[in-house]
Write a protein that binds this ligand. Structure first.
Ligand code: LLP
Length: 393
């Protein structure tokens, strides 16, 4: 993420707080992912829209040729509006309503990622009423510990997600026998912010075993979806702006035993969207107490909830610094809750009232998770081209 003079000058004219999306870095990230995915033939990268549903961003997703991984009717509608072709849209989630299922069916999306037998029956019934046959992939819970934060782990037996391994064969056979669904494939997702590639290796071997068991029962699977979850460097985002997509795809290439003509899907969110987004906020006061310096900024957890919700840390930089001297600051928001803290004892060049700070790696699960708590307006987001236009360059 780079902030050149033109951008910094333009920032001065925009009401804070706001999101800034560096579209040059977005382009590099999408290119790197696309290139790396070519290692495995027949791979489609689906952008996990839950990580960033900004309409402009979805247009970039469309232009990159990616598909979309949606978890609500609202996300499906946004993707279609952005021009992402329906046959590249997958619909996942444990609690799809009838209305959402019908919306997806009527748009002829690529497939449903189904999380239970109960859901499978309802999709079949609704598709029947609409005189359609729809693709289903069954989400199997592979019971793998992805060694990530407990709030964002999803592949363990006790999680609400997916169909248990023990029920898998029964579920697949059931899907094959239903008249209005077509058994398309298997879906997995073991968690988020995974930096230990061993977890993807274990997932691959678990998938191999599952495929062997299905083949032994005479069942062929057309598609394997390995989910998302690739993590990013929150500590040094400026040194490592691009996730190691090559290693990610190479791991599956090496360990996943694909059958001839099988298609592969992955649904990356954070890895595709985190590093090109920053939350830009202005310092309202610098308050000094006996023991602390507080930089009180105009963004709060209403704009970026990750620190409050997951004890996540995003790197913070002072964009207006004129002084080489550095001090330790607690960078806090204006909301009346102690969790409204972006960083404790952050070492920053002297912060003064009016200084702009950038909270980095905020493109994923930032704007989309914003709220209006305390009657605060929803945060706006600007891409590089909006900023340049705004500044009259
Ligand atoms: N596929 C499924 C089925 C998922 O549940 C998720 C994320 C993804 C793909 C995309 O995962 P990613 O590649 O972004 O790791 N709000 C949390 C993250 C929640 C992730 C939920 N599922 C955070 O800010 O860390």
């Amino acid at each position: 993420m780079k902030f050149d003079k033109t951008i910094l000058n333009a920032f001065g004219q925009i009401e804070t707080p706001f999101y800034y999306y560096d579209t040059a870095l977005l382009g590099q990230t999408f290119d790197a992912a696309r290139q790396a995915s070519l290692q495995i033939p027949n791979t489609t990268v689906h952008f996990a829209v839950k990580s960033n549903a900004n309409p402009r961003v979805l247009q970039y997703v469309r232009d990159a040729g990616f598909g979309a991984d949606c978890v609500s009717g609202g996300e499906i509608e946004l993707c279609i509006k952005a021009g992402i072709s329906a046959d590249k849209i997958m619909f996942a989630g444990v609690g799809k309503t009838d209305k959402e299922i019908m919306l997806a069916i009527s748009n002829d999306i690529l497939c449903f990622n189904v999380e239970s037998l109960e859901e499978l029956d309802i999709i079949n019934q609704l598709a029947g009423q609409m005189d359609k046959t729809v693709n289903v992939a069954l989400r199997i819970n592979p019971n793998i510990d992805a060694h990530t934060h407990e709030y964002i782990t999803t592949g363990l037996e006790d999680n609400k997600f997916g169909i248990a391994l023990d029920d898998m064969l029964k579920a697949v056979k059931h899907a094959i026998n239903l008249p209005n669904v077509n058994y398309y494939g298997l879906h997995f997702h073991i968690g988020s912010q995974i930096l230990n590639y061993n977890s993807f290796r274990i997932l691959s071997s678990r998938i191999n075993k599952i495929q062997d068991a299905l083949e032994a029962a005479g069942i062929q699977t057309c598609s394997i979806n390995v989910g998302g979850g690739l993590g990013i460097d929150y500590d040094k985002p400026q040194d490592n702006p691009l996730p190691d997509f090559n290693k990610y795809f190479a791991t599956f290439k090496k360990y996943l035993r694909l059958r001839p003509n099988q298609v592969i899907h992955c649904e990356l969110g954070r890895a595709l969207s985190a590093q090109w987004g920053s939350l830009i906020t202005r310092t309202i006061f610098v308050k000094r107490t006996r023991t602390k310096r507080f930089a009180i900024v105009d963004a709060g957890f209403t704009e970026l909830i990750r620190p409050a919700l997951y004890q996540a840390h995003h790197k913070i930089i002072n964009l207006s610094a004129t002084d080489k001297k550095r001090h330790r600051y607690d960078v806090v928001g204006p909301i009346c809750e102690s969790t409204d803290t972006f960083g404790t004892d952050e070492l920053l060049p002297t912060v003064e009232r009016g200084h702009l700070l950038a909270i980095l790696s905020a493109g994923a699960y930032g704007e989309v998770m914003a709220s209006q708590y305390n009657c605060r307006p929803l945060v706006k987001a600007y891409c590089t081209e909006d900023i340049i236009k705004q500044s009259g360059h």
